[in-house]
Write a protein that binds this ligand. Structure first.
Ligand SMILES: NC(=O)c1ccc[n+]([C@@H]2O[C@H](COP(=O)([O-])OP(=O)(O)OC[C@H]3O[C@@H](n4cnc5c(N)ncnc54)[C@H](OP(=O)(O)O)[C@@H]3O)[C@@H](O)[C@H]2O)c1
Length: 204
């Protein structure tokens, strides 16, 4: 499958590397083409599916550079978080009535935005079995077909279907993004980023 990965940081590298290893035809987008990367718009034009792995504060600009026409009708998997370290400690630049995922969906109404993988360190995103246990990954978005397509790729990354929790429409991104406030503390408490959470329910 032709896939665009917008972003050249740790996340873009982990996801694009894994997708290429799996045999997908990947183009990595950046502000400027260099080495193995092309400009955001060229990557997005190439992809049947687009991953947003850009800095959260810059995601709307990066996606604008990618071009609304190159995102229209496509599944746009949004991995970014609205982190804001400008005040010293970690915070979000969104509040509890808003999320980056929703802002992206509102700005690009013809894209089919699915928020996923943003609650997990990038190495674990693409290798679910690297952490033992029944830990989970979330998906949310307004388009069921886009979520199904995302689930397919998550399966290729090693996430069993029963550990992919669908939280509903894109407003659920408020919760998964705000979880970052806890995630950062869990990283301190567990001594590193290679952890994840599981969800247990009372037997019925
Ligand atoms: N690190 C993790 O394990 C992890 C886990 C979950 C979610 N996330 C989220 O995933 C996203 C990517 O994280 P990361 O650590 O890989 O990289 P990052 O440093 O947060 O972002 C790097 C990307 O953002 C682009 N960018 C930065 N400023 C820009 C601007 N002004 N305009 C347009 N594009 C701009 C860069 O473009 P250039 O290529 O041109 O430099 C680069 O491709 C973030 O939103 C982060 O919160 C990270």
């Amino acid at each position: 499958m032709r896939i665009a990965v917008l972003g050249t940081g740790m996340v873009g590298s982990a996801i694009s590397g894994k997708l290429a290893e799996l045999g997908h035809d990947v183009r990595v987008g950046s502000r400027t083409a260099s080495g193995g990367t092309v400009e955001f718009a060229d990557a997005a034009a190439h992809g049947e599916i687009v991953f947003n792995c850009t800095n959260g504060a810059a995601s709307l600009d990066a996606l604008a550079a990618a071009g609304a026409n190159n995102l229209a009708g496509k599944t746009l998997i949004d991995v970014a978080n609205p982190l804001d370290f400008s005040g010293g400690g970690p915070a979000l630049f969104t509040d509890t009535t808003d999320s980056l995922g929703e802002r992206i969906q509102a700005a690009f109404p013809d894209a089919r935005v699915v928020k996923s993988l943003n609650t997990i360190n990038c190495n674990l995103m693409v290798d679910a079995a690297s952490v033992p246990g029944d830990h989970v990954v979330f998906v949310c978005g307004n388009d069921d077909a886009a979520k199904a397509q995302t689930r397919g790729l998550l399966g290729e990354f090693g996430w069993p279907a029963e550990r992919v929790l669908d939280l509903g429409d894109i407003t659920a991104a408020r919760g998964t993004e705000h979880y970052l406030m806890l995630w950062l503390r869990l990283m301190g408490a567990t001594g590193g980023p290679n952890f994840n959470i599981s969800v247990s329910t009372m037997p019925r």
